[in-house]
Ligand binder design. Structure first.
Ligand code: PMP
Length: 445
């Protein structure tokens, strides 16, 4: 990182960084023989030893065997304070007693009933009341499904085929707009624009408007680095889509937790379709899409039956019952606002770590969801992070694990309700120490 003395030459920096990495990997490997062995065994039966690519990191990921509150325990018996809470789905922590009681009670009345159950209506009402742009809603099992269903609904509603999205965005494992490796993307005809750049969208809509079914956007790009959309950009999308009869889809799988009515409420923008996922199922598998009656009535099999949407587990009683108490009772608007306020404070404390030292370390995001970057410049779109120092981020991730803090390997931090002020203080001072210890190793400006 930048210091008042001359930067090390790249070769020296690389040597120092690779020494630090080797030492961190060594400590990690020695401390975690059981996780290493479990990963090795898993590789025999699953490609890469797991079933969720994003959970892998070298030299092998930890296997977690227990969670309670905001803590996790790995197979070798170490405790971690969990700062990623299952990529934001675990907002309630790992053992919320009210959710556990509700699920136990629901399961006592049968598991896979294969018929409408009493919880889904209740959860649907809660979702529609909380997000006013959602006049009616359908459930599914993941955010991925929710986005694909939303895109299909937009295509049938408009009788158009093309979809516009933003480079570097992630809308689920089958609709990735990132360049990452061999990321999968359903074979829709997709036009890509730069996030937060109205001019490029304007031009694409001008050229393709009459063929465009939908614009899909996260009001804060989550997986691409926690980059907030500017109000001007998002408002321009609303204006353009309205003008050209294009369906505006807000992917609020992550951002819906950033204010009681989702980020759309904070921005005062009403999308045509909103997609949801993660925490709304109380920590169980969940996805939902909903919006205006005009679009959702396509799914109304009582009358028009334009689109058949089925799914064995769409209304599974565990997710529905957990969602009713988790989303409906525990996550009241006040509780959510407090959690986001705590996130704002944490983010600015972490920002100061980089600013006070004048080093390329920053934290982007909003409220309780943020991402650490070893990067000095402005971040307005995922492409801006091409120069970020991912090796140093990898080292931080391993050293945090070695010190008992669990974050996502890509630097994502998502707060959960059971985290305490002591947890947050300990996290900040551990990061401060890391930055102090490694401030000669950064190379990004
Ligand atoms: N959209 C966004 C914005 C997401 O962050 C994710 C998951 N990280 C998804 C969709 C996909 O959700 P799921 O993992 O439940 O399929």
């Amino acid at each position: 990182m930048a210091t008042d003395r001359a930067d090390p030459q790249p070769t020296e920096r690389n040597r120092l960084l690779s020494d630090a990495m080797a030492a961190a990997v060594h400590r990690y490997s020695v401390a975690n023989p059981k996780s290493r062995q479990l990963h090795k065994e898993a590789c025999q039966w699953m490609p890469g030893g797991n079933t969720r690519t994003g959970l892998y990191y070298a030299p092998f990921p930890l296997t977690m065997v227990r969670g309670a509150g905001a803590s996790l325990w790995d197979a070798d018996g170490h405790r971690y304070i969990d700062f990623v809470s299952d990529f934001s789905a675990g907002i309630f922590g790992h053992s919320n007693a009210v959710i556990r009681a509700a699920v136990t009670e629901a399961l006592a009345s049968g598991m896979s009933l294969g018929a409408p159950n009493r919880y889904e209506r209740e959860l649907a009402e809660l979702v529609c009341r909380r997000f006013p742009s959602i006049e009616s809603v359908r459930f599914c099992n993941s955010g991925t499904e929710a986005n694909l269903l939303a895109l299909c609904a937009a295509r049938t509603a408009t009788n158009r085929n093309k979809v516009l999205g933003f480079r570097g965005a992630y809308h689920g494992s089958l609709f990735t707009l990132q360049d990452a490796g061999r990321a999968l993307r359903m074979p829709f005809e997709v036009l890509l624009a730069r996030y937060n750049l109205v001019e490029e969208v304007d031009e694409l809509v001008e050229r393709h408007g009459t063929d465009l079914a939908a614009i899909i956007v996260e009001p804060m790009i989550g997986n691409g680095g926690c980059i907030p959309g500017t109000p001007d950009f998002l408002l321009a999308l609303r204006r353009l889509t309205e003008k050209h009869g294009i369906v505006l889809i807000f992917d609020e799988v992550i951002t819906s937790r950033l204010s009681p009515g989702g980020l759309q409420q904070k921005l005062a923008i009403k999308p045509d379709i909103t997609t949801l996922g993660k925490y709304i199922g109380g920590g169980f598998s969940f996805g939902a899409f909903g919006g205006s009656h005009r679009i959702m009535k396509q799914f109304d099999q009582c009358h028009t039956s334009v689109i058949a949407h089925s799914g064995t587990f769409n209304n599974n009683v565990a997710s529905m019952a957990a969602g009713v108490v988790g989303f409906g009772q525990i996550l009241s608007p006040d509780v959510l606002m407090d959690l986001n306020a705590a996130g704002d404070v944490l983010r600015s404390r972490l920002q100061r770590v980089g600013q006070e030292r004048g080093v390329p370390f920053q934290v982007s995001g909003l409220g309780s969801v943020m991402n650490i970057h070893f990067y000095m410049g402005d971040i307005n779109a995922p492409e801006d992070l091409a120069g970020a120092d991912r090796e140093l981020l990898r080292l931080l991730h391993l050293e945090l694990l070695n010190s008992g803090f669990h974050i996502a390997s890509r630097g994502l931090v998502a707060l959960s309700l059971p985290l305490t002020k002591t947890d947050l203080d300990a996290f900040v001072s551990t990061i401060e120490r890391f930055v102090d210890d490694h401030k000669d190793l950064g190379n990004s400006r």
